[in-house]
Ligand binder design. Sequence first.
Ligand SMILES: [Zn+2]
Ligand SMILES: [Zn+2]
Length: 392
Amino acid sequence: MKALCWHGANDVRVDTVPDPKIINPRDAIVKITSTAICGSDLHLYDGYIPTMEKGDILGHEFMGEVVELGSAVKNVKIGDRVVVPFTISCGSCFFCKKDLWSLCDNSNPNAWIPEKLMGHSPSGLFGYSHMMGGYAGGQAEYARVPFADVGLFKIPDGLTDEQVLFLTDIFPTGYMAAENCDIEPGDTVAIWGCGPVGQFAIRSAYMLGAERVIAIDRVPERLQMAKDGKAEVLNYEEVEVGEALKEMTGGRGPDACMDAVGMEAHGTGPDAFYDQVKQAVRMETDRPTALRQVIVACRKGGTVSIPGVYGGFVDKIPMGAAMNKALTFKTGQTHVHRYLRPLLERVQNGDIDPSFVITHRLPLEQAPHGYEIFKHKKDNCIKIVLKPGQAA
Ligand SMILES: [Zn+2]
Ligand SMILES: [Zn+2]
């Protein structure tokens, strides 16, 4: 089959590789009809996630048709249309039972690596390094889905791929990040980053009862899409964000602040330059420019929600501000299995059509070009959907 493979920093190629096979009774093989490139794929593309190997298949946002089933998978049938959460979960461990699916204890065969780095391992992830399980990803014609009896969600007829594809990651991720803001009636939520997750967080914050959402970015088309989602917007290249937020909230600051940027933040101040230098010489794994602003801007007693991806260690976090202002921190990879069905219902009800975020549709063969325009935000690119099997 054809698959998008990692060959090093800024080097991905569409290669011909062996088709995946059932290796466990709980496996399924899915023929992929739509798959997306995610902002977190750029951390792999840029070479910032350790334990990648040449030939690794990328992609963790995918859906398609069930073409083969292990003997233990009874909840779906051959031919069913399914979406697949990016987090791999067993459904029966301590954490899965607690509805904390992204913390599954049984799905990362390389758990010892994160255990050394983080104390414990999160769940395995599709297409996201050997440290996260070494699973082949879904930017391919086919994928093997382990624990398919809990990891495949059947899609009802009448919904297009583009309406449901983002249930695999970015819609639940934006939604959980908004839920993590502990929104009360009248609240103002400020969101750093108007990429795809930020866009879903804006809309989810309103669904959860926020009075105002203020979105922060610098890319005009992303700010426009945020405005279309009824956010007030701030361009951090034009205003001092902290001052502007104070002014907009009567001096108090937003009730909740969200970092939907993560480890490769761009900034304009001296601390942003410091982070770039330290990350370039590998003295720091992550650039927490947005996170620092989030902590300083948040009102006293407020909540900091962090859906942005961090991989390792961050520097110069204003812990004094966090402690003295009594901030609550909430973060984590998304418990996709928990949110998938309720959010699917929201799509069915017409509360939201997630396809609004798509700017590009490309055949799989053009995925390397897709990574380039997505990384450099060329051609107004916000979200790319790849169509395996479609002629280039
Ligand atoms: Zn993703
Ligand atoms: Zn589990």
